[in-house]
Design a protein around this ligand. Sequence first.
Ligand SMILES: Nc1ncnc2c1ncn2[C@@H]1O[C@H](COP(=O)(O)OP(=O)(O)OP(=O)(O)O)[C@@H](O)[C@H]1O
Ligand SMILES: [Mg+2]
Length: 355
Amino acid sequence: MAFFNSSSGGESLFRNPIALDYDYQPKLVKYREAEMKQVAAAIRPLLQKRSGRNIFIYGPSGVGKTVAVRNLLQELEQETDEIIPFYINCWKSDTSFKVLLQMCDAIGYRFTQNKRTEELFDVVKKEINKMAAVIVLDEVDKLEDADLLYNIAEDVFNKSIVLITNRKEWITELDGRVKSRLTAEMLEFRPYNLSETRGVLQHRLEFVFAQGAWEADAFEAVVQKAASMQDIRAGLYLIKEAANTTEERNSGKVNATDVAVALRKLDEFSIKKSDDLEGEERFILNIVKKNNNRRIGDIYAAYKEAGGGIAYKTFQRRIAKLEDDRFISTEKITGGSEGSTTIIKVGQEKKLTEF
Ligand SMILES: Nc1ncnc2c1ncn2[C@@H]1O[C@H](COP(=O)(O)OP(=O)(O)OP(=O)(O)O)[C@@H](O)[C@H]1O
Ligand SMILES: [Mg+2]
């Protein structure tokens, strides 16, 4: 059987398939000029050997937070050797120690073995204090402790700290001593509207495929879905999956049926079955389902009553994780008769993570 007969497929539909990879960094970040300008303004004093400002970026998933900031770092790197750009994803490096390992790696310091967190911080601090740095901590709410933030704010001089998260509440929940030292500007990334969503996806489409590779209604179906989900990543996923289906049927034109196949896959992917959750999270989700729309304190009490054993702080972290994965949603109520609290609701969709 000739399953892999390379001569049968003809030319690939994709001209630049790499541009659909999740970590691909497009040169142009459309519709984010104002936001990028604000971040650049916070960093700019570093170029004049003064301290920069700190900035806290928040907004939902797939709205260009990471791509916009990484773009700025790239530009900065081309502009000057006097500022060290650090980009760290705290999902992957979720403790002060792991973040510092990444920072050591970025400055080319290799003698990290057997070193303690404080020693690593010392190395990084000395290096940065020779010049200046932009320190981006993406997905910062995944960081287990805020010690490093405190230390950087306190002991590193010429720097801008850029914190990125989906959860605006994270900053309000931050330890007061850290918060007051950070004094970060807040910057919201709003979802793109329909025409912006179309613009971003169109631009990528033209880069990845030859002209005429997509039927107009097929592309429009992708745009509509991505706009309704307010998530560019979902649109890129659909583009890739639909074109794969087109290739599988040896056609050179993506049509609405190919997109329909991709849409089904997206739905299966989005509604991640709760069976995939780890034990403790599934247990908590079940408690939330039985106590929908109630306050977090009540839900924690129900959890304890049902035999749950984790401490409240850890419980809060698990709730935040369930929210990130869109199993639940939360709503902050401030200034009610019993003070501030959080209401928890069973959610509909899982976050479409990197594909
Ligand atoms: N304005 C834009 N121009 C080009 N590509 C974009 C733009 N906005 C988003 N994208 C693309 O959409 C995808 C999601 O963007 P990005 O990773 O920046 O989202 P995010 O806001 O950081 O989401 P999350 O909170 O889930 O990390 C990326 O592949 C990115 O390249
Ligand atoms: Mg991101």
